[in-house]
Design a protein around this ligand. Structure first.
Ligand SMILES: [Zn+2]
Length: 374
């Protein structure tokens, strides 16, 4: 009933391996679909698994407000509640309190806020976050942290990072000894190398099962994010998984893996699927465009997902325009399938020592653009 991380191969700074948990293995680099409120929207859990996902992400903030962590616990935990028996990672609630809740008040002790759903008052502290994630039954638990909105002064970023490091220590203490479950620390420090280094030293001093790179993908842009990723992953222990939170677009994922990241999560494939955007080998396709209305060809002739295997662009265009639910279902499936195909391609290429070639082909396919209209 223990957990482990084994690296199988590296190619440059890119790594491939496996995180073993009692609920199953997670192949890395891993992309985690987001199941915010106990569901990856528009997908059955079995379908999410069929796309190749080894692990899902659940959101502490949403679940604590509705249906509440205590209710999920009484009903047998999140895995049983949502019918997903493989690993689940939960975030700490910190980031979404900052982005969604009303009337936040931040102190050394924690954060109080009003629910964006019904205005009720709540508090999250490091100790409460650990309790909620334990009640949910999360396999990979995240430390409670604070993520300042960028741009911010160096002083504000430093103060926030040091608060997060004190909260990391309290999180570790409150998490306790839970065989079969992992606790990840979260590096902060904005886009300042010395602060990132200070944060990494503080976290490794406490000691975690894995390390996240937090505070990125919050609007700083890809160039600034890659700038941080040029040094931040290497500051974290090589023998533990490194998780870049909230990333990203396909080219963000590839660039992050190249710089030593092992895990990522993002709502993009599912959210875009519901707004008519498909990610393909040839870049983004907007299925709502009129050019698709008479097109009998599949979205991507090489894709084996149900949307591409069984339907035409004309049909996908029609159901999107008609606001039919199957539109979000099919495009979400395709997008999740495509993201997992990227991850499999990356893992195979790293194992074979051909990541640079794979990356060149990935960018060439996107540069070529979508197939010509009929
Ligand atoms: Zn497809």
């Amino acid at each position: 009933m223990s957990t482990s991380f084994t690296l199988h191969a590296t190619d440059g700074r890119a790594r491939t391996g496996v995180i073993s948990t009692p609920r199953g293995d997670i192949r890395t680099p891993a992309f985690m679909p987001v199941g915010t409120a106990g569901t990856v929207k528009a997908m059955l859990p079995g379908s999410v698994r069929a796309t190749g996902a080894d692990i899902l992400l659940g959101n502490t903030y949403h679940l604590m407000l509705r249906p509440t962590a205590e209710r999920v616990h009484r009903l047998g935990g999140l895995h049983k509640f949502m019918n997903w028996d493989r690993p689940i990672l939960t975030d700490s609630g910190g980031f979404q309190v900052m982005s969604l809740a009303d009337l936040r008040k931040l102190t050394e002790h924690g954060v109080t806020f009003k629910s964006h759903i019904d205005g009720s008052k709540h508090e999250i502290t490091p100790e409460r976050s650990m309790e909620i994630q334990r009640l949910l039954g999360s396999d990979i638990v995240m430390c409670f942290d604070e993520c300042p909105a960028l741009p911010a002064t160096d002083e504000a970023v430093a103060d926030s990072m040091r608060l997060s490091m004190r909260w990391a220590e309290r999180s570790k203490l409150a998490f306790g000894d839970r065989p079969g479950h992992m606790l990840f620390g979260i590096q902060q420090g904005g886009v300042t190398e010395e602060l990132r280094a200070e944060s990494a030293r503080a976290l490794t001093g406490i000691g975690f099962d894995g390390y996240a790179i937090g505070g990125l993908a919050v609007g700083e842009g890809q160039e600034a994010m890659f700038g941080v990723l040029d040094y931040a992953p290497e500051m974290l222990p090589a023998d533990k998984p490194r998780y870049l939170m909230g990333v990203g677009k396909p080219d963000d994922i590839v660039g992050a893996v190249k710089r030593g990241v092992d895990m990522m999560d993002c709502v993009l494939p599912s959210r875009s699927g519901r707004t008519g955007q498909a990610f393909t080998r040839h870049g983004v396709v907007n299925i709502k465009n009129a050019r698709h209305q008479d097109d009998p060809r599949p979205l991507d002739e090489a894709c084996t997902c149900p949307a591409c295997r069984d339907y035409s662009r004309a049909y996908l265009h029609h159901v999107f325009r008609s606001h039919e639910m199957i539109s979000g279902m099919l495009l979400t499936w395709h997008n999740l399938h495509y993201f997992q195909e990227i991850m499999q391609g990356i893992r195979d290429a790293i194992a074979a020592g051909t990541f640079a070639d794979w990356e060149a082909a990935f960018h060439a396919g996107r540069a070529a653009g979508d197939i010509d209209p009929l």
